[in-house]
Design a protein around this ligand. Sequence first.
Ligand code: ACO
Length: 320
Amino acid sequence: MTGKICGTGSYVPPHVMDNDDMAKLVDTNDEWIRERTGIARRHVAEQETTSFMAGQAALRAVEQSGIAPEEIDMIIVATSSSETIYPCAACEVQKTIGAVNAAGYDLNAACTGFVLGFNAAQAYISAGMCRTVLVVGAESMSHMIDWTDRSTCILFGDGAGAVLLRAQEGAPVWTAAHSDGKKGPALTGLSRHRKDWEKEGEEKESYIHMDGQAVFKFAVRKVPEIIEEILEKSGVSADEIDYFILHQANRRIIEAVAKRLKIDISRFPMDLEEYANTSAATVPILLDEMNRQGMFRKGHKLILAGFGAGLTWAGCLFEW
Ligand code: ACO
């Protein structure tokens, strides 16, 4: 048994900030941001919390699937920006959608979180532990960034995406995942509770700090590697993959990955122009957009790949 996607959903806050709005806050401009990142706008939460957005995306995925919420066995919410540590966002989602029989927990692996959650769901299903699993990626990155730091604040947005997986006989799912804790300092969001870091004189704000070029180089090297690893494991060739759905951090990263793999960029869909980097939410938001535009057909082969803080990176290959 593997988990087949039987519903997708997403939610982004209605409040939009374009690059000109960012230029009113920091010394930047539309041309620089578009050229270096491909981002034109981002949706920014005003009243909406991470678990609210997760719940809305989940409601839409469940509604599309036609599956009763009571049938959901497990809810995994990938997030690093929930408004509460507990109750976890997954329990809030359970309450919102009425999944009274589901267990749930949050998973934090930054931008890689959704793909790791998707892989965990596949493992639960193939082990026979669960039949129906909801996987959500939801983030309020606007609470994590220093709005006076032009090198990071222009990159991120808020939103949530969800997929509902149901056990079915079908093609196998191939997965891979890696971490490199030694490279953790390249991308950090510190907890306010780490008094020891204050004593060491390090940054004490919880804002995201990033060595942009180090993260860029890591992504451009490791994402092609993990895609090749999955292709090799599965015996599927790159030509057979219909879409490579990558974490939407930066258009230049995605273009560089496509170039390294010698695959036409048209098979790497992107929506970061509209939403920017919503961390764990980018992959499920893009999946939902493509699904609702009717871009997937039964039997289509998809590769998902996420990468981010940790450093972490993960991928999977499955059939629609
Ligand atoms: N507007 C205008 N100028 C800027 C801005 C800005 N918003 N930000 C930086 N600059 C300036 C810099 O100060 C620098 O000026 P200097 O040459 O006078 O010192 C110049 O632009 C070039 O800066 P670089 O950092 O070298 O620019 P680069 O081409 O590397 O682009 C970027 C920076 C966009 C951050 C890039 O490195 C990147 O995208 N890295 C990956 C980041 C990423 O995707 N992170 C998320 C990973 S996923 C997760 O888990 C959160």
